[in-house]
Each structure stands twice: as C-alpha cells, then as structure tokens.
Write a protein that binds this ligand. Sequence first.
Ligand SMILES: [Zn+2]
Length: 123
Amino acid sequence: MTSIDTERFRDALLEERKRVEHALATLREEHPGSLDEEVEGVAATNDSHLAETATATLGREIDYTLGENSGEVLAQIDAALTRIEDGTYGTCTNCGSEIPSGRLEATPWASLCIECKRIAEGR
Ligand SMILES: [Zn+2]
C-alpha cells in the first residue's frame, strides 16, 4: 500500500476527465464533416486562395491530433480511476515501484514510474 491521498487524485482525475470530454465534444461539434470534404469545398469556391486551403488543412490536422490525444488521455484517466478502486494507484504498472507524488501531481493518470516511462519512450 502507498501513502498517497487517492481521494485528492480521484477528484483531480474526475475534473480532468470532464475537461477532456468537453474538449472532445467541442471538437466533434465544430468539425462534423471529414477533412477531404472541407478542403475540396474551399478549393472549389476559392481556387486562387491556396493559402486558405492550406490553413484549413493545417487547422484540421491540429484538431485531429488534439482529438486523438484527448481520447488517449481519457482512456488513461479511466485506467487510473480503476487503479484507485483496485488500490494499486500510484504504483508503476510495469515494475511495481511507487510513482513519485511529484509525478502524480503533474500527471495524475501516470501509470509508469519515471524510469519505466523513459524506457517505454525509448530514451
Ligand atoms: Zn516502473
């Protein structure tokens, strides 16, 4: 068992979960169409404004990246909440070491200790 204040981290996780879900919902609302349709539409009505097409594409790519990351963060938040229920929150899912509370403060859904995270990222 760890001495981590899981109640506090649970609150932080639930708060972050709400924020990410809202961000995802906003992304879907703002961009219901596909990227191809939007770019073709801009190109067809605005042949001489290639810069605008590029901007539309760039903006969409950034939004997609955000959306993907949000989905991933959401999954990690859910996994962290499950670990709180299991009583394994705050321990590395790879090696079982305690995750430093400073790391949990920064990333409440962290599932790996700093050492395993570094290995996982290939650094
Ligand atoms: Zn570890």
